[in-house]
Design a protein around this ligand. Structure first.
Ligand code: PLP
Length: 361
């Protein structure tokens, strides 16, 4: 158990039982045992996504599915909403794939809001919009439910593909794919799922499947039609990381045993505790008030604190937190409260943070 504990927004801590689940003997990926494993995973993962539709499972990280979503779901123009580094990455992915797109940008620390999106979409000829649910670089959660509702209420809004990156949100922050009418919601294994890195998941609506049928050049590896065709037989087109599937199966069972509602409540409680700790020590949150993420807190540092020293002090106590992302390095620090982390573990972290702060007095 002696290891550096991760309080970073991915990869997150993985419980020993989950690590252990990966050590099972290999099975053939076309065997009945593997089909049974994938069928079981599919039943459970749909509950986590709150969808009755398909959840595709890929051997990749989340970025791969950012590419998949824009390749499969647009053949005219994409609106990339950008409020931080990961949303910016999706814009770069869109450009790199030669897709026609426009940028809707707000300041880091701000959410993407419904009015802004609908104003921009109106008459713009867009068939898809990309939004990051939980911007990990800034600790901001955007109101994707309200954004989707506003888009659906527009004339022609029911044909627009709503593509959501919830890599650091889903399974920690509430996302209800069917009820909120989302077309693609993508995530990775190494964040709020608290699994090793290497798997990515995305829900795909029937509307998005229909769209994909009409889009040419969907690519090969991430073609939704192929992935769905194989999923109907409880298979994947190419060899899946079978050890990771064992871990996923076990983790889904444990997540549903905790209960999704309880899981969301635990994340909110950890978030609130982190905000209370930060404010109590005279720090401000980087996120606009009311949009603070349930899974990662981005805290604005103070001139009296050297963020790299703070991080080094924690590391000497075998706890790892993150610096500010990119241009905010040294100005912010980020604490993840994500996955299977408990309130008691957060208290331990705050204890060490306080020891560092009191050493400065
Ligand atoms: C981590 C992260 C990504 C990138 O995911 P990978 O699994 O590393 O490819 C994308 N979006 C968000 C919001 C993230 O937090």
């Amino acid at each position: 158990m002696d290891h550096n504990r991760l309080f970073i927004p991915g990869p997150t801590e993985v419980r020993p039982e989950i690590l252990e689940a990966q050590t099972q003997w290999m099975i053939g990926h076309r065997s009945p045992e593997c089909a049974e494993l994938i069928a079981g995973i599919q039943n459970k993962i749909r509950k986590v996504f709150y969808t009755e539709k398909r959840v595709l499972i890929c051997a990749s990280s989340g970025t791969g599915l950012q590419e998949a979503a824009i390749r499969n779901c647009s053949d005219s123009k994409i609106l990339n909403c950008v409020n931080g580094a990961f949303a910016e990455r999706w814009h770069k992915v869109t450009l790199a794939n030669g897709k026609n797109c426009e940028l809707l940008e707000v300041d880091w620390g701000q959410p993407i809001l419904p009015d802004l999106v609908t104003k921009r979409i109106r008459g713009g000829g867009f068939d898809a919009v990309t939004i990051v649910h939980n911007e990990t670089s800034t600790g901001v959660t955007s109101p994707i439910r309200e954004i989707a509702q506003a888009i659906r209420d527009m004339p022609g809004g029911k044909e627009i593909m709503i593509l959501v990156d919830s890599v650091s949100g889903l399974a920690g922050a509430r996302v209800e794919v069917d009820a909120w009418d989302m077309d693609v919601v993508l995530t990775s294994s190494q964040k709020a799922f608290a699994l090793p890195a290497g798997l990515a998941f995305c829900s795909v609506s029937d509307r998005a499947m229909d769209k994909a049928r009409s889009v040419s050049s969907r690519g090969y590896y991430f073609d939704f039609l192929e992935l769905d065709k194989y999923l109907l037989r409880n298979q994947t087109p190419s060899t899946p990381p079978i050890s990771l599937l064992f871990a996923l199966d076990r983790q889904l069972t444990d997540m549903l045993a905790e209960g999704m509602e309880q899981r969301f409540a635990r994340h909110l409680a950890m978030r609130d505790k982190t905000i209370a700790w930060a404010r109590g020590r005279g720090f401000n949150m980087f996120a606009a008030p009311g949009y603070e993420s349930p899974t990662v807190s981005c805290i604005s540092s103070k001139p009296t604190i050297d963020v790299s020293e703070l991080i080094a002090f924690l590391r000497s106590r075998k706890m790892i937190i993150s610096d500010g992302y990119g241009p905010t390095k040294g100005k912010n620090f980020r604490i993840a409260h994500m996955g299977d982390t408990s309130l008691a573990e957060m208290d331990e972290l705050f204890g060490v943070l306080d020891a560092f702060l009191s050493g400065l007095d």
